[in-house]
Design a protein around this ligand. Structure first.
Ligand code: ADP
Ligand code: MG
Length: 683
């Protein structure tokens, strides 16, 4: 059977090597790509009644010339024709700009189709497109697709070429969704749906076609995700760790606090995964302050006891230093060695660290993404924990595979994932959730004040410091310029030094040398500094339980999840904590964010609202999101369809003979192409 994915573009009549190259720049490299290059909107040229047209709207009319056209010139190049016409038994004026040649053709009595913007008050239409009777283009009366084009590719050309591709190859578009599911969901044949999307018939069929293609897209995506999960669960190529459970219990008993029920349960889930011969791929979500670090520590402890090394990967050096310190404190009594590997080590120290890791002298290594770079070696890497990095991708896993390891992976995040995102972005993972905060915590009180209340805010700082507590001041975020960001922090630091004992006020920003940052953080953690003025470098993970006051300047510039993360730096001990948002928001969303923050402390609720305010694309920040890109589907708007697709895919995969049944051959081939079955036991 014809494979449209490998069929070159030049097989489409009208596409030569040059045009094929230009299409490639739009990401279109095969006939399949072209057929599935869907329009992002439509231009409606259906003829409408003027009575139903609002002022300023674009409309297509069937109109009759009744007056003589009047041509006026402005300067050498500019001109205007106006002409009286009737449309829907109304007398209107139509105006054409810079098309003087039309005057000849506008003869009284002529009926033509015009498209343009309607000015209801003056009863005038500014015509953008004119169609004379018998014109071959004949878009009047139709709905035309609008594609995203660029470079030398024009709208007109791509419409024509896609039309041509449909004529030649639509019959060869294969069905993907199995017949019984398609029937259940009332789907139309895939090839018909594709044609309808490109060449809308202007009937209800259009909505149905879109639904079918959205379903198909989500179904294929879910199938891929779940097949991947099923296959990797079945694979016995992970490390089946053997450790003495009694020893792990002892470690837990010696911790300075009792674990919450949630922590215990989550740890049990993880330990079970570590013991299993397949490799773990687990997401641990828990609100800020819910105590994820200790879960990581117990897991790492077990891995080391089983004779393996563990790695803890974090997004910032500050966090790496902090985790290295706290793990060292916990592990030292057991003779477990902890190393630190970040980008700012000197070459020599880096080489030494890597050598120690290779020889197995280091049991647990903490670091930034430097941990999985090419030249890093391990003796026996058994567990990778990532903290506050949204995703440990397939790519990163394959880097480790190449080093000869297939470790268990635990991904920890404090951005609770709304359900929609959980099944799209993280559908290939098992999920554990910390549902409670450690006992004895008081809810953080959050206030929103305007800039003119600074004096009172300073009074508040003085009071908390006076009681022996500590505070953070987060400076305005200037996204475009790290330099301005830093300058802001320096300025605010200076201002606060003027009103508070300067030796108590520390400064932290991204441009400081690593050693200096570390020193400031250490002095703050030790309580030598009372107030830390900082950019958002402390956004994630920083843990100083004696800090009770978080002040955020220009808070409306931050995203909701980010604000919640920042707020999570306080409220980590038994003292009452406060968060003060200083903001004069100019936008509605800015005000919404401030309101949400003062109304709730619940991270799940915050992330739900964040998703609403921002949409899924922005939710995780741009790059690392790991979110799939869909052609048509919108994972929020099409959420119900997504759930259906998920259930259908699960049912399908649950059939023992799924992989061998001839009617699923196309799907299995697709999964193979997607690399799902790459090295598994199933191929
Ligand atoms: P997060 O989930 O935000 O990473 P941390 O792991 O930093 O939270 O924990 C927050 C604080 O709570 C730390 O100071 C930690 O020592 C403390 N903590 C963690 N678990 C418990 C517990 N079960 N009881 C009391 N304190 C705890
Ligand atoms: Mg943390």
């Amino acid at each position: 059977m014809l494979d449209l994915h490998t069929l070159p573009l030049t097989s489409v009549t009208g596409v030569g090597p040059q045009k094929a190259k230009e299409l490639a720049a739009l990401g279109i490299t095969s006939v399949a790509d072209l057929l599935f290059y869907f329009p992002f909107r439509y231009e409606d040229y259906r003829i409408r009644d003027l009575a139903e047209t609002a002022d300023g709207e674009k409309v297509t009319l069937l109109a009759k010339v009744v007056g003589m056209p009047v041509l006026q010139h402005f300067g050498r190049r500019k001109s205007r024709i106006t002409c009286k016409m009737t449309a829907d038994s109304l007398m209107i004026t139509a105006a054409w700009f810079n098309q003087p040649f039309l005057r000849e053709r506008l003869v009284p009595g002529l009926e033509l189709t015009i498209t343009g913007k309607w000015d209801a008050r003056r009863r005038q239409m500014t015509v953008s497109e004119t169609e004379f009777p018998g014109s071959r283009k004949a878009q009047g009366g139709t709905v035309q697709p609008v594609y995203s084009v660029g470079g030398p590719i024009t709208q007109k050309w791509i419409r024509k070429v896609i039309g041509q591709a449909l004529t030649q190859y639509a019959p060869a578009i294969p069905e993907m969704v199995p017949a019984e599911i398609a029937a259940q969901r009332g789907m139309i044949p895939r090839r018909e749906a594709v044609i309808e999307i490109h060449q809308p018939s202007g009937t209800k069929q259009g909505a149905l076609a879109r639904e079918c293609l959205v379903y198909e897209e989500l179904f294929m995506f879910q199938l891929k995700l779940q097949a991947y999960r099923a296959v990797s669960r079945n694979r016995k190529d992970g490390v089946a760790m053997k450790f003495d459970m009694e020893e792990v219990r002892r470690f837990v008993r010696e911790l300075p606090f009792t674990l919450t029920a949630s922590q215990k349960q989550v740890i049990a889930e993880i330990l079970r995964d570590l013991q299993a011969p397949s490799s773990m791929n687990r997401l641990l979500q828990g609100d800020v302050g819910s105590g994820k670090t200790v879960v990581a520590a117990v897991s790492l402890y077990a891995a080391v006891r089983a004779g393996h090394q563990g790695a803890l990967m974090v997004p910032t050096e500050i966090l790496a230093e902090q985790h290295a310190r706290s793990l060292t404190r916990m592990f030292e009594p057991y003779g477990i060695t902890v190393g630190l590997l970040t980008g700012s080590l000197t070459d020599k120290r880096r080489r030494d660290m890597i050598a120690s890791m290779r020889m197995g002298l280091i049991d647990v290594v903490v670091g930034t993404h430097a941990l999985i770079q090419e030249d890093v070696e391990y003796r026996s890497l058994g567990l990778v924990v990532t903290d506050e990095q949204h995703r440990f991708g397939v790519q990163q896993r394959s880097v480790l595979r190449h080093k000869g390891f297939n470790p268990d992976v635990l991904t920890m995040t404090a951005t609770p994932i709304p359900r929609t995102l959980a099944i799209t972005a993280f559908g290939d993972m098992d999920v554990s959730t910390l549902r409670e905060l450690p006992g004895g915590r008081k809810p953080i009180e959050t206030y929103w004040v305007k800039h003119d209340k600074m004096e009172r805010v300073i009074g508040f700082i003085q009071r908390e410091l006076g009681e022996g507590r500590q505070a953070y001041v987060i400076c305005p975020l200037i996204e475009e310029s790290e330099k301005l960001d830093v300058q802001n922090a320096i300025d605010v630091h200076q201002q606060l030094c003027a009103v508070l004992p300067p030796e108590k006020v520390g400064l932290l920003h991204g441009r400081m040398p690593a050693a200096e940052k570390d020193d400031v953080m250490r002095r703050y953690a030790a309580g030598e500094l009372g107030l830390l003025v900082s950019t958002t470098v402390i956004e994630v993970g920083v843990d100083v339980p004696n800090a009770t006051l978080m002040i955020i300047y220009d808070a409306d510039r931050f995203g909701l999840s980010q604000l919640h993360q920042l707020r999570g730096r306080v409220g980590r001990g038994s003292h009452q904590s406060y968060c003060i948002l200083i903001a004069d928001p100019k936008s509605e969303t800015g005000r919404e964010r401030m309101k949400a923050m003062t109304e709730t402390n619940d991270g799940f609720e915050i992330s739900r609202r964040d998703l609403e305010l921002r949409g899924p694309g922005d939710f995780f920040g741009t790059k690392q999101s790991g979110l799939p890109e869909f052609r048509l589907a919108d994972m929020v708007a099409d959420f119900e369809t997504l759930e259906q697709a998920r259930d259908d895919a699960a049912q399908l995969l649950a059939q023992d003979d799924f992989w061998v049944r001839p009617e699923y051959a196309a799907l299995v081939r697709y999964l193979k192409q997607e690399g799902i079955l790459g090295t598994g036991i199933l191929d």
